[in-house]
Design a protein around this ligand. Structure first.
Ligand SMILES: [Fe+2]
Length: 310
C-alpha cells in the first residue's frame, strides 16, 4: 500500500503504516473475492475519479468479510468505505494548493498538529493515518500472545502479558468519547529546550500504553513510535456490539490483533531510534570544535576602540 506520492516519500520523517509491513498476501478464495469485488464495485469506480488527489484510499490488507464473525463486513463497509474514505477525500480538498501538498501524510499529521493548536487539515490527516494503521493492526485469525523480543519487552515493561492486556483494555475502555488506545515504544528523551540529553540506554526505551482523544495519535509527540492501536470511536463497533465497547475491546485483543505487524513495527522503531542516535552523535561531534573557538564578543571592545579612533 502506498499512501504517499513519489515526491514525498524520501522526505518523510516517519514511516508510513504500510511501510512497516510485508506486502499483503490476501489468500482468499475466488468465491470470496467475487463477493468482495461486487460489494466494492462502487468504491473502485470512485477511486478512478481521484486520479489527481494526492492521498489514495487503499483497502485493508484482507477482504472486507475476512474478520467475520468478530468484525462484520457491514462494519468494514461503513467504517472503511465511508468514514475512512471521507477523511481521505476531505484531506485532499484541504491540502489542495497549500504547502502541505508537498508533504508526506506523516509530516502532514505532525505539522498540522501545530503543538496542539491544530491547523485545519489535522483531524482528517490524522484520521487517515490512524485508520490505515488500525486495519494493519488486525488480521484474520489474529489475537493470542506475541513471541520473541516483543513478548520479552512486554513482560519487562508491564510485568506480564496479562498485566499489559489489562492496561491496554482499561485505556481503551476509559477513553472518554471518541478516540484511540495505543501501544507505543517510547524513547527516553527530555523534551526541554536547552536540556543536554545523554544517549538512552536500552533499558530507558520503554513500551507504554497511551490513549488519545478524537484524531490525536502518538506521532505528534516526538519520540513515541506507535506499535498497535484500537479505534474506540462508536463507528468502529456499534453495528456489531452496540454500546458494549468493553466486549469489542476484549475480542479485538483475543481474536484480531496481528502480533506479526506489531513485532515488525517494533523492529522498525528500533532501527529508526538507532538512526536518530547516530545523527545526534554526528551533530555533537560537529558542534564540539565550534564551542572551543574564541567568543566573538571578546573582540567587540577592540572593535569599538578601533571605531572610536577613526
Ligand atoms: Fe474509525
Amino acid at each position: 500500500m502506498n499512501w504517499l506520492s513519489s515526491s514525498s516519500t524520501a522526505a518523510s520523517t516517519f514511516l508510513s503504516p504500510s511501510a512497516l509491513l510485508p506486502p499483503p498476501t490476501h489468500g482468499f478464495s475466488s468465491v470470496t473475492f467475487k463477493v468482495w469485488k461486487k460489494k466494492n464495485r462502487c468504491i473502485r469506480k470512485a477511486r478512478r475519479i481521484e486520479i489527481s488527489a494526492k492521498f489514495v484510499l487503499e483497502p485493508p490488507p484482507y477482504p472486507l468479510n475476512a474478520l467475520e464473525p468478530i468484525m462484520s463486513q457491514e462494519t468494514l463497509e461503513y467504517h472503511w468505505g465511508k468514514h475512512h474514505r471521507t477523511y481521505v477525500d476531505n484531506l485532499n480538498s484541504q491540502i489542495d494548493g497549500t504547502d502541505l501538498e508537498e508533504k508526506s501524510l506523516e509530516d502532514t499529521v505532525v505539522i498540522s498538529y501545530n503543538k496542539g493548536d491544530f491547523l485545519p487539515a489535522f483531524n482528517n490527516a490524522a484520521q487517515a493515518w490512524n485508520h490505515d494503521f488500525f486495519w494493519e493492526s488486525m488480521k484474520p485469525g489474529g489475537g493470542g500472545k506475541p513471541s520473541g523480543d516483543l513478548l520479552k519487552l512486554i513482560e519487562r515493561d508491564f510485568g506480564s502479558f496479562e498485566k499489559f492486556l489489562d492496561e491496554f483494555k482499561t485505556a481503551a475502555a476509559t477513553q472518554f468519547g471518541s478516540g484511540w488506545a495505543w501501544l507505543a515504544y517510547k524513547e527516553s528523551k527530555l523534551d526541554v529546550g536547552n536540556a543536554v540529553n545523554p544517549l538512552s540506554s536500552d533499558e530507558d526505551k520503554k513500551l507504554v500504553v497511551v490513549k488519545t482523544p478524537n484524531a490525536v495519535n502518538p506521532l505528534v509527540w516526538n519520540y513515541y513510535h506507535p506499535l498497535l492501536t484500537i479505534d474506540v470511536w462508536e463507528h468502529a463497533y456499534y453495528i456489531d456490539f452496540e454500546t458494549r465497547r468493553p466486549d469489542y475491546i476484549s475480542v479485538f485483543m483475543d481474536k484480531l490483533v496481528s502480533w506479526d505487524a506489531v513485532s515488525s513495527r517494533l523492529e522498525q522503531a528500533k532501527a529508526r531510534m538507532m538512526e536518530r542516535e547516530k545523527e545526534a552523535e554526528r551533530k555533537k561531534r560537529e558542534e564540539k570544535p565550534r564551542s572551543s573557538e574564541p567568543n566573538p564578543e571578546i573582540y567587540s571592545d577592540s572593535d569599538a576602540e578601533l571605531g572610536a579612533d577613526e
